[in-house]
Design a protein around this ligand. Structure first.
Ligand code: FE2
Ligand code: FE2
Length: 242
């Protein structure tokens, strides 16, 4: 429960893919969300190519939000090789970017990282052989470690983990099996399942995936990629109560 005993209403949406030729693409939607929820969570791929012009357009829409905006970057936000610039512009717009530090809003903890790929189960890439293969696996391991460190600092009874890549196969069902290893890594599950206070996980990235799944320990996971939500609910965001 939030500090006043009421559940916190958390609106979540991923994969905004803002393009540089768009004009206030999320202004109206963020207005609706501000009336329906207490916090807005953005699950990465905020821009289409990681261009500063795209980030500036989104930052303007974020300025119009009257509730706190929290989130992580996605792989698309890295495409132009300047994720720090994208993050800085969004931060100036008022978004709180999770990556190294968790935060608390009205008694609920928020921990988040982009995450990385690497696969699940028998399809998981092992850190074996060539140095580049080990580096690839290290990236997922490092993201999982950053998430664990944030979750460890939280003293809240309830928290939510925010990712771009999926920690489980369940919410990418619907995508071709041949690309499952590019949609996330099960290494992200370990920190989530280590802490009792994690009540839900939200992620994006798998545009053709499934809305709902669970970690091995049973923590609910939601794929909030806007395309998944629009197919399921007829609107591109969902409001979760935590
Ligand atoms: Fe995306
Ligand atoms: Fe993505």
């Amino acid at each position: 429960m939030a500090s006043d005993g009421k559940p916190l209403r958390i609106a979540a949406i991923g994969d905004l893919h803002v393009q540089e030729d768009s004009s206030a693409p999320y202004r109206e939607l963020f207005g609706d969300i501000s009336r329906e929820a207490d916090v807005l969570v953005l699950c990465g791929d905020l821009t289409n190519f990681g261009k500063t012009s795209e980030a500036e357009i989104l930052a303007e829409d974020i300025r119009s939000c009257s509730i706190p905006v929290v989130g992580v970057l996605g792989n698309h936000d890295y495409e132009c090789g300047q994720p720090e610039e994208v993050a800085r512009i969004l931060h100036e717009g008022g978004m709180k970017l999770l990556d190294d530090q968790a935060l608390e809003i009205e008694g609920v903890g928020f921990a988040g990282v982009k995450g990385f790929m690497g696969g699940y189960g028998r399809g998981e890439l092992a850190p074996f052989g060539e140095p580049i293969a080990k580096l690839f696996v290290d990236e997922a391991v490092n993201e999982a470690r950053k998430l664990e460190n944030q979750l460890r600092t939280l003293r809240t009874e309830r928290s939510i983990a925010v990712l771009h890549y999926s920690p489980i196969v369940g919410t990418i069902e619907g995508e071709p099996e041949a690309i499952h290893q590019y949609l996330g890594s099960q290494r992200l599950c370990d920190p989530i399942d280590r802490f009792d206070h994690v009540k839900a996980v939200v992620h994006g990235h798998a545009h053709h995936g499934s809305y709902e799944g669970r970690t091995p320990r049973g923590t609910p996971v939601f794929n909030v990629a806007q395309f998944v939500l629009s197919r399921r609910f007829g609107k591109p965001y969902v409001v979760l109560e935590v």
